[in-house]
Design a protein around this ligand. Structure first.
Ligand code: PEP
Ligand code: MN
Length: 352
């Protein structure tokens, strides 16, 4: 059985970085009897700027082996180069993860894939730092191509220049959901720590991931988070992790009656969606007629006044139906853009 399918949710915990032997032994002892299925630690840390803790390198690998022995659990580290990958294999790591800064680079991903070939090791692939599903799935396919059988993806959020967001790396749930659609047996985990960047937000994001049927969680756990040499703000203690795991609501009800109720509601939703598509089609036919009138009267296709009117009136209608103003705006932006495009196409066709 695929290792990452052995439990749901599959929990990966451990510090951002392996700092010293004492810290790693303490983590192994704390996590040993907890519902944690794999222990992580960064041995080579990718830092945005030089001069910060960059990990202990090869020196930390025997500590990881001690963690394996004490906890009886598999361990994973991050690799970003051929040399690091070879060392991970030499020290019998059970899994490696490909970090967000590496997934963006097909050369590096291929180099790692080639070094891992026929090793039987498990691989976790974080999303690239930019919201690009093709890069993410490209990295997965490079691992599949060299015969890696145990693969999981990790959503760790996306970098953004938006200074108003409360997240370190904003989640974009539509992207992992699209990945799941493409690879239906691929386990997808959520790295709540790197999404949040701040320990207070972690329970909310972890629960959100489970509500969206993610298969597991990665949570950075440190014996003394505030003294951590990297990512201090987002790490939690093993005790805090135990409380978090206890409080998470696991939605796995799949009883037949529930399934029947769901099916019934889905049938109604299908009928409604068919009506929505039908009416949008009819709206577009009318839009073509409008295009003709505008053309005959030499009027511009886009009219600012009309667009403002549409937004105002639809927002009011939306409010009456308890629909969020922002949702209505996005919906009509899509419909209006398509209407404008239809009229422009019509204009250029009838110009010929
Ligand atoms: C990490 O997991 O410690 C890490 C560096 O992650 P990411 O690649 O998601 O930034
Ligand atoms: Mn980290």
């Amino acid at each position: 059985m695929q290792i990452f399918h052995s439990h749901k949710p599959y929990i990966i915990a451990g510090p951002c970085g392996a700092e010293d032997e004492q810290q790693m032994l303490s983590i192994a002892n704390s996590l040993r009897n907890m519902p944690v299925h794999m222990i992580r630690a960064g041995v080579w840390k990718p830092r945005s700027k030089p001069g910060f803790f960059e990990g202990r390198g090869e020196q930390a690998l025997p500590w990881m082996q001690q963690v394996q022995a004490i906890s009886g659990k598999p361990v994973c580290i991050e690799v970003a180069t051929r040399e690091q990958t070879e060392l991970a294999l030499k020290y019998n790591m059970d899994a490696v993860w490909i970090g967000a800064r590496t997934t963006v680079n097909p050369f590096m991903v291929q180099e790692i894939a080639d070094a891992l070939k026929v090793s039987g090791i498990a691989v976790l692939i974080k999303n690239p730092i930019n919201p690009d599903v093709e890069l993410w799935s490209g990295a997965i396919e490079r691992m599949q191509q060299v015969g890696i059988e145990n693969i999981a993806a990790i959503h760790r959020g996306f970098s953004s220049y938006d200074t108003t967001t409360k997240y370190r790396n904003k989640p974009n749930w539509a992207i992992p959901i699209e990945l799941k659609r493409r690879y239906k047996d691929l386990p997808i985990f959520c790295d709540a720590s790197h999404i949040c960047g701040n320990r207070t937000l972690i329970p909310f994001i972890a629960q959100r991931a489970l509500d969206l049927d993610f298969d597991g969680l990665m949570i950075e756990t440190h014996p003394t988070p505030d003294a951590a040499l990297s990512d201090a703000k987002q790490q939690i203690t093993p005790n805090e992790l135990a409380i978090l795991l206890e409080q998470l609501i696991i939605r796995n009800a799949c009883k037949e009656t529930t399934q029947n109720d769901i099916e019934q509601v889905r049938q109604i939703l299908d009928t409604m969606d068919a009506e929505i598509v039908d009416i949008i089609g009819k709206r577009m036919e009318l839009v073509e007629r409008l295009g003709l009138i505008k053309k005959e009267n030499n009027m511009p296709i886009f009219q600012q006044e009309r667009w403002r009117e549409i937004v105002d009136s639809r927002t009011i209608w939306g409010e009456k139906n308890n629909l969020d103003a922002n949702f209505i705006l996005k919906l009509f932006e899509l419909i209006h853009d398509q209407s404008i495009q239809t009229q422009l196409d019509f204009l250029s066709k009838s110009d010929l």
